[in-house]
Design a protein around this ligand. Structure first.
Ligand code: NAI
Length: 424
């Protein structure tokens, strides 16, 4: 294993650090939840003596979380959770902080990506924070001797939680992990608004094309798909939804979207955005039906939703049409444009920024209280729901920061809501 911290690998680490620090400072100003928790953590040092191993999208908001956890007394080692989502300048700025080592670097190959995960694991983490579960998997596969000293882990995204539940069902998950993704404070905001806004913004910035009047095909009408569909409709696009779950399809229909199988939608779409967390959603039969010039983007976690191998085989030639856009020319001259190599477009496109800062403040507020929770309570191995009190704590901090007040249940109301003997 040869991976060094990012600082050792950059030509001009000083200017990278400065630019990264500027991005982090901007994010920090708009992250009141992390700021409030940091204030508490500096005082109480809940993570003193803990070693955190993180594999996340290393951009400015993640840096604010990382620094919040370091301020709580932890020694933190971090790397990316996707080869294209790291901002090297942010990574360098983090690496310069006391108590933080960053191995994240953009555009590494698979070997470099997994070497960096190994480098984080070499710090022997006592708590892990993952986005997609690659760190948990590497620890279980190659370093099971560390598991006894791990208090727990936190998982940020739907795909990671799916993988963890599958592992748990096979009795193969040997330490406790919180499904951070599944909390209301995360999923109803990050997946819906965050993915919706940032995916559309990244596609628009990468292509410089308009949404108005376009037909946008959204594959998957889950939390992310709902956000993407709603924001695309808000930009005057015609939205078509493709689903495999009849209830989600009905929901999309009742929202006023056209619902079609992909085999039919393929011929209609100007832009395709996959948000299923599944594989092979856009395949050869669909590419063959698509219009010339169609844009193909993935907003799901892994780069398997668009079958790029099949597209590569179908194509007579490919070229970079613009930074972040690979054009595949098929026989007969039809061109299909894949954004960000089919990786999650809102983070992996060349100028993608990821979710809006305020949204990440909520997700990372939940991460921070979950990490703290492992130092206060012992949990059994397996996937755990985040305790509701923690999610509420984060919501209350946010409401307070927004200057919003809400009502409180009276004693009579609480008693009424908990009773079963008040009929007509
Ligand atoms: P979800 O489970 O709520 O929704 C996925 C939907 O896709 C479900 O309704 C399912 O029925 C549908 N689906 C599955 N296979 C399909 C197929 N072959 N064709 C059509 N529909 C299909 O999951 P959620 O929270 O919406 O997450 C989706 C993906 O996005 C996951 O990989 C997650 O990790 C990722 N994600 C990405 C983010 C980003 O920043 N781009 C942020 C949050 C999540």
């Amino acid at each position: 294993m040869t991976t060094e911290p990012i600082t050792e690998r950059l030509d001009d680490p000083a200017s990278a650090r400065e630019s990264g620090r500027q991005k982090i400072d901007w994010a920090r100003q708009h992250m009141p939840i992390c700021a409030a928790l940091r204030e508490e953590f500096v005082e109480t040092q809940p993570l003193a003596g803990q070693r955190l191993g993180m594999a996340m999208h290393v951009e400015a908001t993640t840096a604010v979380l990382t620094e919040t956890l370091a301020a709580a007394g932890a020694e933190v080692a971090i790397t990316g959770c996707n080869p294209l989502s790291t901002h090297d300048d942010v990574s360098a700025a983090l690496d310069a902080q006391e108590g933080i080592t960053s191995y994240a670097e953009r555009d590494v190959d698979d070997e470099g990506y997994y070497d960096a995960i190994e480098a984080v694991i070499a710090h022997e983490p006592t708590i892990t924070v993952d986005d997609g579960m690659d760190m948990v998997a590497a620890i279980h596969d190659d370093h099971p001797e560390l598991i006894d000293s791990i208090l727990g882990g936190c998982e940020e995204t739907t795909t990671g939680v799916h993988r963890l539940r599958a592992m748990d069902d096979d009795d193969a998950l040997d330490y406790p992990v919180f499904a951070v993704n599944d909390t209301p404070m995360k999923r109803l905001f990050d997946n819906v608004h965050g993915t919706g806004e940032s995916s559309l913004a990244a596609i628009a910035m990468t292509t410089n094309l308009s949404w108005a009047g376009k037909t946008v095909v959204v594959a998957g009408y889950g939390f992310c798909g709902r956000g993407v569909a709603k924001k695309a409709a808000g930009q005057n696009a015609n939205v078509v939804v493709c689903e495999v779950d009849p209830r989600r399809a009905l929901e999309a229909h009742m929202e006023g979207y056209e619902v079609l199988p992909m085999a039919e939608a393929a011929a209609e779409g100007d832009v395709f955005i996959t948000t299923t967390g599944n594989r092979d959603v856009l395949t050869e039969e669909h590419f063959e039906r698509m219009k010339d010039g169609a844009l193909l983007a993935n907003a799901g976690h892994f780069d398997v939703e668009i079958d790029l191998d099949a597209l590569g085989e179908l194509a007579e030639s490919t070229r970079e049409a613009r930074p972040g856009v690979r054009e595949y020319e098929l026989s007969g001259g039809k061109r299909l444009n894949v954004l960000a190599e089919g990786r999650l477009v809102n983070l992996a496109a060349p100028i993608a920024l990821g979710h809006p800062v305020e949204v990440m403040d909520q997700s990372f507020g939940v991460q921070a209280v979950c990490v703290r929770e492992f130092t206060e309570e012992e949990y059994e191995p397996g996937v755990h729901e985040v305790p509701d009190a923690l999610d509420r704590e984060v919501a209350e901090i946010k409401l307070d920061a927004e200057g919003l007040a809400i009502d409180e249940l009276t004693e009579t109301q609480t008693e009424y809501m908990g009773s079963w003997d008040h009929g007509t």
